[in-house]
Design a binder for this molecule. Sequence first.
Ligand SMILES: Nc1ncnc2c1ncn2[C@@H]1O[C@H](COP(=O)(O)OP(=O)(O)OP(=O)(O)O)[C@@H](O)[C@H]1O
Ligand SMILES: [Mg+2]
Length: 391
Amino acid sequence: MTTRVTFICSTKAIRDDLLTQALDMSGVELSTHIGSARALLTILLKERPDVVLLDFPHADEQALEQIEAATLQASGTPVVLVSPDTSLKLLKRAMRAGVRDILPTPITAGTLQRAVDYVKESKSISTRFSGGGGTVLAFMPVKGGSGATFLATNLAETLAVQNKRVLVVDLNLYFGDAALYVTDRIATAHVVDMALQSHRLDATLLAASVLRTQGNVHILPAPDLPNQIDAVTPDALEAIVSLARMEYDFVLLDMSRTLDRLAVKALDLSDRIYMTLQLSLPTIQAVKRLTAVFSGLGYPSSKLSVVVNRFYKGGAFRQEELDRATNMLAKRIVPNSYVAVTESINQGIPMIQLAPRDPVTRALQEWAQELAPVSVKPAKNWFSALRGNPA
Ligand SMILES: Nc1ncnc2c1ncn2[C@@H]1O[C@H](COP(=O)(O)OP(=O)(O)OP(=O)(O)O)[C@@H](O)[C@H]1O
Ligand SMILES: [Mg+2]
């Protein structure tokens, strides 16, 4: 399969250099232009390449705005910058503009290979949901306090009631407290321990390390103190999640709002991303931006879902505004139930056990049912039951 790579170079010398590098690469159809971010939108619309590499010699706000406008209008093609500045600060800003990654200059054959890998990655992401192994679900709060942790942990408990094997990984490495939402048991190991051991990680070690809740959900909690969290590299996370995918039916990633390399790796590895929010005008703007970032990361819209949490009828906000902002992405609604949810979190007892008839619990059950349909067997009538025959 040929990958169509478009490279926008800032100078002719860079382009010539690139063409020499690309000589030996097979399976790549390269199109080059001399220009800058200003040309990005036109080129994206005209060529519809599989991936665009944009030479980005100086971090420049105006150029980033042009990139943002281009990735919003012509979404779906990963845009990768090539720059001498690969700092986290620029990466975060660029990601908000819909950029997939920043690769360091100078350009080598490796640069092109990475671009090709991004295309393969986004294709495999879109086909993975139907593939083998467990399902990985990411919960990302669009704004702080949207309910991502509450929903991830309580959906996990609801899935476990349906006899699914479920692992929650707390990726709020600074003071994450997902385990506390559903259990009073104390963890003996956490994500950092797993990352430090990622080279020798296996099913036995993972099983011995997880915290088990009363409802039989397994949790890899965040560390009590943010020590050695640098050990949780994107590669270490990939090792943990890949193993977990083999061992569990569902792996739920409780995320923070940060978009750094680790978060992007977590999102890459996920089959579905639940953007959790509570309806408000700033939230709508935030979800719009986040959707643009995800589109820049090459995620198909089928991978994205919006979860409207704490919904109540008669709220000042009209849902059509959300629909318009999110291009009709899949949506799930969880009602507001202040007293029961607060009780559940404060006692560390999941909703399914503490308040089985609460509307929030019902919404979680519906959600779990969608993810793991339970087949209802027809009841036997008393005569065939007596004879032991199937009805
Ligand atoms: N459906 C709900 N009904 C009522 N209250 C809720 C509901 N969902 C969440 N809450 C409340 O919102 C608070 C924040 O939830 P949570 O900690 O899960 O958010 P978060 O998105 O993980 O936040 P953070 O950005 O801090 O990680 C909870 O303490 C809980 O009291
Ligand atoms: Mg949280």
